[in-house]
Design a protein around this ligand. Sequence first.
Ligand code: KG4
Ligand code: ZN
Length: 328
Amino acid sequence: MIVLGIETSCDDTAAAVLDASGVRSDVVWSQALHAKYGGVVPELASRAHAEQIVAVVRAALAEAGIDRPDAIAVTAGPGLMGAVLVGLAFAKAASIGWGVPFIGVNHLEGHLLSGLMEPVVDGVAVAYPFLSLVISGGHTTLYRVEGLGRYGTVSETVDDAIGEAYDKVARMLGLGYPGGPAVDALAMQGRQTVSLPRPRLARVGSAVDDMSFSGLKTAVRTLLEKDRGVAPADVCASFQAAVVDVVVDRVTRAAHVWGIRDVLVGGGAAANEGIRAGLRATGLRVVLPPKRRCTDNAAMIAHVGRLRLLAGQPADGLTRTAEARWAV
Ligand code: KG4
Ligand code: ZN
């Protein structure tokens, strides 16, 4: 089954083609227009998606060498409502035009299972149950995965997502938006000179604590206000070390509690060098997708849609709505 994936939930207009052999094309048009506003402007994002979607889908089909797919998988949420609607409306129209089914996919589930697109570590395939850590601009959750659609939350942030914390620290340092990659790069040049908090919050009914990054972000702000002489690279290195410690602690604890060794990681912050190195050093079997499959892309949407259609989930009808909020 050849599936066309479409993703327009935030500020990337993306289309990809995937079949049993893997990803055949993967096109992402990142909307640079938001940079000057310091964050994504929803209405501008919707308009840019509407302008770009036809060209992006055409490019994905051409690169894959096909005229039409067997099915379409499209992000139906969570995300910016207007932005999601552009992809969903396009998918419905294409579904009618080509006479092929379409299925709405949860964006978070795309990140959650993205590691399964290349699921082999040291020659051994990943198997259920495994852990999956989703760390993006809007979400930071560690899941225990029993099977397709069977996800239990093990630990999650009670306030800021990791990507959000990176973006806020970047803004304090005047590093632009999105700030994750800039803080990451600077952290690699700095030294861990400041000690910053690594909060742990008991999670009711769980052996693994929840996470919190808002206090860490505030500690960075206080530090910058008090000590104007501190080197930005050292601030970034110290901040990144705290984030890595928290993530590694929750993942290793969960792995220990359930005796699980396979860990998938997804979402934009999974592209972070410090987090990747920290997780690799745990000795667990960690699946780290290539960086372009960590940030928003349509291959992960095509992947989940294909898995669900193959598992027998019925295609969606034209009454399918977009969901601004949608837990996996
Ligand atoms: O998954 P994603 O592309 O979109 C969402 O679904 O949110 O994640 C975007 C987030 C942004 O907050 C961005 O700053 C962060 O991922 N990010 C990073 C890195 N690359 C992207 N955060 C830390 N280090 C990075 N290298
Ligand atoms: Zn995302």
